[in-house]
Design a protein around this ligand. Sequence first.
Ligand SMILES: [Mg+2]
Length: 91
Amino acid sequence: MLDEKKILEKAIAANGKTLQSVVACEEYAELIKEIVKTIRGEGNRNALIEEIADCEIMTQQIKMINDIDENSIQEEKKFKLLRLNDRINNK
Ligand SMILES: [Mg+2]
């Protein structure tokens, strides 16, 4: 089985936290570009999938670099989803 955490730890150790953080920003920008192209009717589904995957991989590294545990993320997501649900229901 693919040990994602081990691969990402090796990437951070090899390239450094700063470079991996910069790469994360680059990947987020690439996803933004694909989303905009999709809105403009010039999108490519495979390119969008590729950039989402890149961003998920880099987000995982951002969590590791900054020592952010999965529980904290899940708690925050739950809070934000409930708030979103309230806002939608009260529209
Ligand atoms: Mg990319």
